[in-house]
Design a binder for this molecule. Sequence first.
Ligand code: 3PG
Length: 304
Amino acid sequence: MKVLIATEKPFAEAAVNGIRKIIEGAGFQLVLLEKYTDKTQLIKAVSDVDALIIRSDKIDAEVISAAPQLKIVVRAGAGYDNVDLKAATAHNVVVMNTPGQNANAVAELVFGLLVYTVRNFYNGKSGSELKGRHLGILAFGNVGRNVARIAKGFGMEVSAYDAYCPTDVIEAAGVHAAKSQDELFETCDIVSLHIPATAETNQSINRVIVGKMKKGGILINTARKEVINEPELIALMSERNDLKYITDIKPDADAEFSKFQDRYFSTPKKMGAQTTEANTNAGLAAARQIVAYINEGVTQFKVN
Ligand code: 3PG
């Protein structure tokens, strides 16, 4: 069995070592393709592998077709919008994710970015504090729940809205369950996005919804760029010079957003899950899931 780690944005070394231990311990072979710059390198690397561990690496129909022996793809992370599930299913390839394994890392980054923002990007000017501010969490999955936990430590008031999460689960976490997405945007000072990129959420964060935010509102996105309607957000921020957009996923229209200077910040590369701990948690889970699937047919976390 040949297992390939294909990561354009590599795991920490400790994570790769841990994955190797599990894969080789099972009698499989591990190969690495890191920091590749061209899809042709990925296509070449998958030609003889049985299993694939990836991050946000794009696994489309062409890549799957180029891997005739491929049996399983594990996205070491939560969002699997980068994998063509239809193509995988058509080729009898199982796709899994590793939910929750990098959630704390993403949640911690939310607060790193928020402190940086309310302190005026450390430019020396007097800023403000998070304590007492009202934080709205859009989607109460693994990341959203960690964000809520940390927000309480900051002394923030916390609300969440999740169309798919029962209200009592949100309330059991000591968080106010907003009745609608509208209520969340209307009542919170800061809204943190934790929705996946799906057909339903695509460009759903638009001018109408963000326009409901109070004066001085901050929108923070550590989820996916696809959920933002970029032209509409740019138009809104041009009209309302009180709004800020902070993101861990560089928008397609980065140059246009950059015109807002002190109201916009993007990390150069998605950094949310980029910690040794998150890489290790997600990478090791991926390796274990591959071994369990190949040896015992375990399909927990299968998403197709
Ligand atoms: C995820 O979906 O798990 C996060 O967005 C992390 O993505 P990454 O592994 O590409 O950093």
